[in-house]
Structures are given as C-alpha cells and as structure tokens.
Design a protein around this ligand. Structure first.
Ligand code: ATP
Ligand code: MG
Length: 414
C-alpha cells in the first residue's frame, strides 16, 4: 500500500522552514512496508489545499495531512479536507469541553476561535493531543468509492511525532497486511553512473519486487536496493540475492555492501594486512589525510605525511629530485611517483601515496588543463601511477582526487 504526505503551512514555502515531519513519517511508514509515493508542501490557502487533497485522495490509499490544525484564520486543514472529501464538520461537545478545561487549568479565558479545534469530520476518530490543543483526526473511509486511510496531524514536530507513533501507527498496523522491507546499499568506486547503470540494469530489472535506485553521490555510485515481501526473511533473501548478482557483475569496483565509506574500507584493509600508510599530497591540500583520519583508530595504520604544496617542500621534505620537477613540471607522472616513493622512504611505511594536480580555477597551461591529476601508490616494489582529467570546480576536483587515491590504496591491498 502507498502513502502520500501533505505538509501545510506558508512558512514551509519560504527559505527559512523545512518540512522535516515527512521524513519522520516516511521512516515509520516504511517499517510497515508502506512506501511514500508523493509528498507536497502547500501554503495556507483553502483553494490550493482542496485541490491538492483531491489529487492525493484520487491516487493514493493513505493520505496524511499535517499542519493547519491551529485555531487561527489561516489554519484551514479541517475545512479543506471536509470540502474535498464531502464530509461535513461536526462540533464535538466532549472535545469542546476538554478545550475549555485545558484553558481553565491555565487560568486563561479560551478565545472564541479555539472552538474550531473541536470540529471533527463526519465519521472521523479524534486523536487526543497530549502536547498541544489541536486534536488530530483519523478517518477510515472512502473517496470516490475506494477505501482510504486519512490522517490530520498537527504541524509542530513535538506534537505530531507522539501522535503518529502512538495513535496512527497501531491503527495502520492493525489494518494493513504484514509487509516487510529489506534494504541494502552497494557503493561503487571509479565507475561512471551511466556505465554502472547499463551493466546493473539487466540484473536488477529481473527482480520486480526489489526497487533499485542508482545515485551518484560524493564521487561514487550508490545502488540502493529495497525489497518488499510478506516475511522479513523473504525480503532479506531477495535483496541479498540481487546484491550478490550485482557484485559479481561489477567486480572489485564494489567497495562496500553495508554502508561503509571508502576511508573506512581502506582502514579495515590496512588493519587486516597490518600495513601502514603515508602520503605526500599537493592539490588535495590535506584532504586525503583528513578523510583517512576521520576514522576512529586510524592512528593504528596512518603514520602521517606532508602537504607538499610548494616545489621546495616537495624537494626538501619528500626528497623529490629537483631535476624531475624541472624536466616534467610538478604536475606530472614522474613527480607523483617520486612523491609516493619519497614519503614512503621518509616515513618508513608499508604504502606511500603521492597526489599532484591542478585544482583550478587558475594554474592551467596549454598542455596541463584544470582538473589534470596524477596519483601514485607504492608498496616499495611496484608503484602504480594513474593520470586522470576530472571535471568540475576546485572542490569537486580535489574530492575526486582524494577518492581516486583512496581507491588506489584499496586496490593495492585487495
Ligand atoms: P497546528 O496544527 O498545531 O496549528 P500548524 O502547522 O498550523 O500546527 P504552525 O504555527 O503553522 O502550526 O506551526 C507550528 C510549528 O511547527 C512551526 O514552527 C512550524 O515551522 C512547525 N512545522 C509545521 N509543519 C512542519 C513540518 N511539516 N515539518 C517541520 N516543522 C513543521
Ligand atoms: Mg501552520
């Protein structure tokens, strides 16, 4: 079964407020096997609200409205849903008494407007609000002859969350057939989104009950798998099988199957091999070291290194022969190699990494455009050197360079 969430409030259409409630609700619905297929944000306008409500009710089984249940003129959710569903509003005397009692307890006279908060859609169950004055509503009814579950919830997160969790979820759980969702994320390094998708699509298309999304994020391709089945085991099994088939196809490009980052995986591998690492990085300015050391416990395998930005530092601290820089330029294959080999010698590490490139926007020449990067990884016997031309701005180029360097270390340890 699918759900649609409608966030109401003009403030949510400004740059200053975000609809975060829907993230909470989505997470909870997913635990019941319910997928959210649409989300909308609507301002405090009755006409717009009615129109969006009709569209949602016509296409989705579960419709959740949140916000606009307050006592003020711009709180229009009750009236709008009443108009869209053709269910009259009835003032509930018990709710009204309860509202008066709440105000009396605080020794405040209840404003006339607050009476509207006792209006309930015909056939709806009222949901008590422990944290505020606006009760929610639950409707197990019909729209254009089809069964619907409709919820009206208050906007403030501290009111909505307990109401949804304690009153709506148990009702839904009781009404819905059991359905379980299993998820898995595969992360793929150094392969374009297009290539990754064209190689994976023939495989994931065979799995109709697993939804596969391919995302390009932080210089890596992520394949998000979501399987739905009537038992947890079956859902898990489907997702595992698909993950295995995808891994077979994509080979050692897949670096993680349980959500780990590339720096985490590199850390595992280094520890497993009781190997150590040192780096001489130029265009990444410390980003490589930063990523490696963001992992707790990295002191067990990362010795350190040099941000050898200036040519003199490359010579002085890393031992790059001056002739190499003179002949080939600082951004070159031989210098990347000398950086990796030099820093490995100086630090006495198992592996050495050298990174040099042009991050831009300035510094390009005819032969050496912005984005040109050389990366070397050595184990003292064999030095791998890779030349790449990365697209994008300074930040992206530096990130891609650190990503490639990490992936080369990973491959060296495979
Ligand atoms: P009520 O139904 O209780 O009147 P409301 O949404 O009409 O709720 P508002 O005064 O508009 O009341 O909002 C109360 C607070 O809740 C505001 O800070 C608002 O930003 C926040 N809020 C409303 N909707 C959301 C949402 N979808 N996600 C996160 N915060 C929200
Ligand atoms: Mg509002």
């Amino acid at each position: 079964m699918n759900a649609e969430i409608i966030a109401i409030g003009s403030e949510l259409l400004t740059p200053f407020h975000q609809d975060t409630n829907s993230l909470f609700i989505t997470e909870k619905l997913n635990t019941l096997g319910v997928e959210v297929t649409f989300k909308s944000v609507v301002g405090d306008s009755r006409a717009n609200l009615v129109s969006v409500a009709r569209i949602a009710l016509a296409r989705t089984d579960i419709v959740i409205f949140m916000g606009g249940l307050g006592p003020t003129e711009d709180d229009l959710t009750r009236e709008s849903v009443s108009e869209a569903m053709r269910l009259p509003l009835k003032r509930d005397p018990d709710l009204l008494a309860d509202l008066y009692a709440r105000f009396a307890a605080r020794r405040i006279k209840m404003p006339e407007n607050n009476q509207r908060q006792a209006d309930v859609l015909d056939g709806a169950a009222s949901l008590p609000n422990a944290k505020g004055t606006a009760p929610g509503q639950w409707i197990d009814g019909q729209y254009e002859g089809r069964d619907k579950f409709v919820m009206l919830l208050p906007g403030p997160p501290y009111e909505l969350k307990p109401m949804f969790e304690e009153q709506c979820l148990p009702r839904l759980r009781e009404k819905l057939p059991p359905l379980f969702i299993a998820t898995r994320t595969l992360k793929v390094a150094m392969m374009g989104e297009g290539e990754c998708d064209s190689r994976s699509a023939p495989i994931y298309r065979k799995y109709e009950r697993v939804q596969t999304t391919v995302l390009f994020k932080h210089g890596e391709v992520q394949l998000h798998l979501r399987g739905r089945a009537s038992t947890a085991l079956e859902a898990q099994d489907m997702v595992e099988k698909l993950a295995e088939e995808l891994e077979d196809e994509l080979g050692d490009h897949v670096f993680s199957t349980a959500g780990e980052s590339l720096e985490q995986i590199v850390g595992y591998f280094l520890q497993m091999r009781t190997a150590t690492l040192a780096v001489a990085e130029s265009c990444t300015g410390g980003l490589f070291s930063q990523r490696i050391t963001s992992i707790p416990g990295s002191s067990r395998y990362f010795l350190g290194g040099v941000v050898s930005y200036d040519d003199e530092i490359k010579k002085l601290l890393v031992g790059v022969p001056p002739m190499l820089i003179k002949e080939h330029g600082a951004v070159s294959k031989p210098v990347a190699q000398a950086l990796a080999e030099g820093i490995r010698r100086k630090c006495n590490s198992t592996l050495g990494v050298g990174i040099t490139g042009i991050a831009g926007p300035g510094g390009a020449t005819d032969e050496k455009p912005v984005g040109l990067v050389f990366i070397a990884v050595t184990d003292g016997r064999v030095t791998d050197v890779v030349e790449r031309q990365f697209p994008g701005d300074r930040e992206r180029i530096r990130w891609f360079a650190s990503q490639l360097a990490l992936d080369m270390v990973r491959r060296k340890l495979l």
